[in-house]
Design a protein around this ligand. Structure first.
Ligand code: NAP
Length: 276
């Protein structure tokens, strides 16, 4: 049986059809699918901060944007604002740490849109982070639950829908604090990573997911990359960041809209590649 996944080099990725969703093409009437010609992008945690700006920018670029938000009211407020740009903005209620919420969201997207072109894994938390000697395991579990396991679960749930796209893109929003090579203790990045061990370690693990998933999917058209937005003023850091959400969103939007000859399996910020 031919694979339903877009391939490069003729490899057969039919084994991915074992993922949780049935063939999305079978779920949506052909007429409805033809109505959604715009590329479809899902951004998790898009009700505020960098995620919301990424959603706004993708809407400006003409994508149909699915605003992922765990809280319906906060999500609806963001969608109402973004509808000033384009009507093609829709709320997807999605708590990335809740399997039931995730299954419902994936089914919702399958039924309403039939495919996904761009997945931006943006949702994350940083609270509970502490230096390694004092990091509580309980807080670290919560950090990993959102920043790592949530991303793995969301990605696996939406891979079958990404398979319906001619140019699928996955962006994992990471941070240079997760870099093990930027370990010179005299640098600001290293000092911050030392203070925020739990958060930094979760992003190191997230980067491992980027590398391994990109390697696994290298014969397909799916590109998977990590993005570092820099130190951006948001709720995540009590607005201490020196960059704007507009600046932070630049690299995320760039990786979400890479051309066919763009990279996969990399870690990038505005200046280029970030060392692992
Ligand atoms: P933010 O303003 O705190 O926004 C985080 C978003 O994630 C919120 O929408 C939040 O929803 C959502 N979220 C958290 N847990 C969730 C869950 N379980 N399910 C669904 N949504 C969830 O943070 P931000 O600074 O924009 O961060 C966005 C991304 O950039 C994160 O991946 C972060 O690690 C990364 N980053 C940020 C900086 C920076 O300096 N700000 C630097 C490097 C990387 P609620 O509103 O419901 O809480």
């Amino acid at each position: 049986m031919p694979s339903m996944y877009p391939t490069r080099g003729g490899a057969d990725w039919a084994f991915l059809a074992d993922a949780r969703l049935p063939n999305p093409a079978a779920l949506v009437p052909a007429m409805l699918r033809r109505m959604t010609n715009h590329p479809i992008a899902l951004v998790t945690g898009a009700n505020k901060g960098i995620g919301r700006e990424v959603a706004r920018r993708l809407a400006e670029l003409g994508k149909t944007v699915l605003v992922g938000a765990r809280d319906r009211a906060r999500g609806e407020a963001a969608v109402a604002d973004l509808r000033a740009i384009t009507p093609n903005v829709h709320l997807i209620v999605l708590d990335t740490t809740d399997d039931t919420s995730l299954a419902r969201a994936a089914k919702d997207v399958a039924e309403r849109f039939g495919r996904l072109d761009i997945l931006v894994n943006n949702a994350a938390i940083a609270s509970g982070s502490a230096p390694a000697s004092q990091q509580t395991v309980a807080a670290m579990r919560e950090l990993f639950a959102t920043n790592v396991f949530g991303v793995v679960a969301v990605t696996q749930a939406f891979l079958p829908l990404l398979a319906g796209s001619p140019s699928p893109r996955i962006v994992n929003v990471s941070t240079s604090l997760g870099s093990l090579q930027l370990a010179d203790p005299d640098t600001a990045v290293s000092q911050q990573a030392t203070q925020w061990f739990g958060y930094a370690a979760s992003k190191t693990a997230l980067n491992a997911f980027t590398v391994r998933l990109a390697s696994e999917l290298r014969a397909t058209a799916i590109k998977v990359n990590s993005a570092c937005p820099g130190f951006v003023a948001t709720d995540l850091n009590g607005h201490r960041g020196h960059r704007t959400v507009q600046q932070g969103a630049d690299i995320v939007v760039h990786l979400a809209t890479l051309p066919a000859d763009g990279p996969s399996g990399g870690f990038f910020n505005d200046a280029g590649r970030v060392p692992w």
